[in-house]
Ligand binder design. Structure first.
Ligand code: ADP
Ligand code: MG
Length: 340
């Protein structure tokens, strides 16, 4: 028998694609806060995000009459039609995050626009509206997601330990903080503040807040342009290198993506400074024409391709190599040298 699925079931299935784990909820909610031009975002999690995720922002809020609409699938204020997909610069644009999150959790939203005197408290459990009420609230939006996957036991079972799920959120928020040094980001996990950046748009201070003083004082400024690509940021002195690539942070037009050409270019620039199988610390911001960038739009993926790989390699390589060349690296007693 062929059956047409009801909307609720469709949402639950879609949730499986977009919302894989607590970190995916945090990613979607925080991207919405960034799109709403928040300058301060606070994320609180309990039990690795499994029992509670709260994201509070001071962004532009949601109009009363739009609150319910925001929870419909394919409801978005960021896209009028398919043509807008080309060159869109906001972070999320599929209009499914809120509806899918609400389908698989007990969600509460409090939101107020600066123009309105009162806000709205909206509660929705498993996709079903529980409450819609006018209340006093500060400007901005708070979304609380409780008991993720409470109604999809198969998904719940697939989650890792609280500690592991929490560490995914920590990694994600480190990337968000680095990609957005102009936003004050705070992450509180089981009552303990684990990330706290000041949002003053100084990358070195964000590095300090995330990685500590020793790393923050051992980075070299990067500032380089080649063709259509401009690269700024910092690259670590060679002794900061470690045994895996997790220290190679880079963002394209403020997006956290992965790209093998960029990794290779960074590592090539360090080749004469670090031993084989050691990987440097970098925080690079690549600014390049969006129309030449191909970012896989699937929300769970971060693959990126650029029209001109040769130019991309060359720009990244030279940006890092120049920064390394400019400084005399002698004070680093621990510096590793190879004769590659
Ligand atoms: P999308 O982000 O793809 O548009 P979402 O389901 O994530 O879809 O959000 C739906 C809509 O709800 C957004 O387009 C936006 O208008 C509104 N919205 C969601 N979160 C926020 C927020 N934190 N601040 C202001 N508006 C928000
Ligand atoms: Mg969104």
């Amino acid at each position: 028998m062929i059956r047409v699925l009801d909307q609720h079931t469709i949402d639950k299935i879609a949730a499986g694609e977009v919302i894989e784990r607590p970190a995916s909820v945090v990613k979607e909610l925080v991207e919405n806060s960034i799109d709403a031009e928040a300058t301060r975002i606070t994320i609180e999690i309990e039990d690795g995000g499994k029992s509670m995720i709260r994201v509070t922002d001071n962004g532009k809020g949601i109009d009363k009459e739009d609150v319910r609409k925001a929870y419909l699938s394919h409801a978005t204020s960021k896209l009028d039609n398919a043509d807008d997909l080309v060159g869109i610069m906001t972070l999320g644009f599929r209009g499914e995050a809120l509806s899918t999150i609400a389908a698989v959790s007990q969600t509460e939203m409090i939101t107020k626009t600066p123009e309105s005197l009162t806000g709205i408290r909206y509660e929705i459990h498993g996709g079903k509206e529980i409450e819609y009420k006018e209340i006093g609230a500060p400007d901005g939006t708070t979304i609380i997601v409780r008991n993720l996957f409470y109604n999809t036991p198969a998904r719940l079972k697939f989650l890792k330990s609280n500690m592991t799920e929490g560490s995914y959120i920590n990694d994600l928020m480190s990337h968000v903080a680095l990609a957005n040094p102009e936003i004050a980001i705070k992450l509180i996990s089981n009552g303990k503040t684990v990330i706290d950046t000041n949002g003053n748009n100084k990358v070195q201070e964000t590095i300090y807040a995330l990685f500590g003083k020793d790393i923050a004082k051992s980075v070299l400024p990067v500032d380089y342009s080649e063709g259509d690509i401009t690269i700024t940021g910092y690259t670590g002195k060679p002794f900061l290198s470690k045994g895996n690539r997790s220290f190679e942070y880079y963002y394209i037009n403020k997006r956290y993506i992965k790209n093998a050409v960029i990794n290779r270019a960074i590592e090539e620039a360090y080749k004469t400074y670090v031993m084989q199988h050691r990987f440097p610390f970098t925080v690079l911001y690549l600014d390049m024409p969006p129309e030449s960038c191909d970012v896989n739009v699937h929300p769970a993926k971060r693959e990126f391709r650029y029209d001109n790989e040769k130019e991309l390699f060359s720009a990244v390589y030279h940006s890092v190599a120049d920064a390394l060349k400019e400084k005399e690296l002698i004070p680093d007693a621990e510096a590793e040298h190879t004769t590659a």
